[in-house]
Design a protein around this ligand. Structure first.
Ligand code: R5P
Length: 281
């Protein structure tokens, strides 16, 4: 078995290969003078694992080319972070279901697909082969446990991510809740924990994606107003579009932690263990 990677997933791929005790493949990437990409896998194997977080369009194309280079082999496609996954349905006629387009194209020729905390599990049905979604909730819990926080309150920024907050907290018996967003006027919203009181508590806001950081920043400012002792953020995928990371650091977060599905300075826990276990199965 060989583990290969797109350029932006090298670190996670090497961690997965180490856990699987198998070799990392050697992949050559270059760009033609006209801007087109070139990839070459220098050491093909009957069984390939491609690790490719599709963080941008170039990377998605790299993944597509690598899948083609693996034609005829037994391929597990690992999409630790899948770009476009939030565009999973049509809201107006004429729109693409971009998650479906990407899922179909990338999984052509794959035997199985592995995703991590995909925004909506319905996207798994769009792949052309069997697909499984993993969660780093217990890795986030274990990471929080190593931090100097007393009896943390785990909060999701919306009701949709409440189960995620529960699964982060459940191994440690921490309190969890979700933030209820109430629109007061056209420009004013308030976000309160639905059932619990944040006053005097050390809060960890957990979410699947930190995209622009807007949801996290708003939640933090509301919690601080309500007297929270501190606010920290733990997201699975650190996209940090439009200066999102700086927004959180300057917004008073005592800690910003994300996984290595996207390699960032904030990558403080790893998805490699659960991915390696799933590949082994
Ligand atoms: C939305 O449902 C997701 O779970 C995240 O809450 C959202 O993508 C975060 O976006 P942003 O960081 O731009 O507020």
């Amino acid at each position: 078995m060989k583990v290969i990677y797109t350029e932006k997933s090298q670190v996670l791929a090497s961690r997965i290969a180490e856990k699987l005790e198998c070799k990392l493949g050697s992949v050559k990437f270059s760009i033609f003078p006209d801007g087109e990409q070139y990839v070459r896998i220098e050491d093909l194997d009957d069984e390939m694992v491609l690790v490719a977080s599709t963080v941008d369009d170039n990377t998605a194309l790299q993944a597509l080319l690598l899948m083609d280079a693996c034609e005829g082999l037994n391929v597990t496609l690992v999409l630790p972070y899948m770009g476009y996954a939030r565009q999973d349905q049509k809201f107006s006629d004429g729109e693409s279901i971009s998650a479906r387009a990407l899922a179909r194209a990338l999984s052509e020729g794959a035997q199985r697909v592995i995703t991590v905390n995909i925004h909506d599990k319905s996207v798994l049905n769009y792949f052309r082969c069997s697909a499984v979604n993993l969660s780093v909730a217990s890795e986030i819990g274990a990471y929080i446990k190593t931090q100097d926080v007393e009896n943390p309150l785990i909060l999701s920024p919306d009701e949709g991510a409440r189960d995620f907050a529960r699964s982060v907290s459940e191994h440690f018996d921490w309190d969890y809740d979700y933030l209820d967003k109430i629109r007061l006027s056209g420009s004013e919203v308030t976000m309160d924990p639905k059932h619990l009181d944040a006053k005097g508590r050390e809060c960890y806001i957990v979410d699947d994606i930190i995209a622009t950081g807007g949801s996290m920043a708003l939640a933090a400012s509301m919690l601080m107003k309500q007297g929270a002792k501190s606010v920290r953020a733990a997201g699975v995928h650190g996209v940090f579009a439009l200066g999102g990371y700086i927004k959180l650091i300057q917004g008073g977060f005592a800690d910003v932690a994300t996984s290595d599905t996207i390699e960032r300075a904030s990558s403080k826990f790893s998805a490699s263990g659960i991915i390696a276990d799933a590949v082994r199965k």
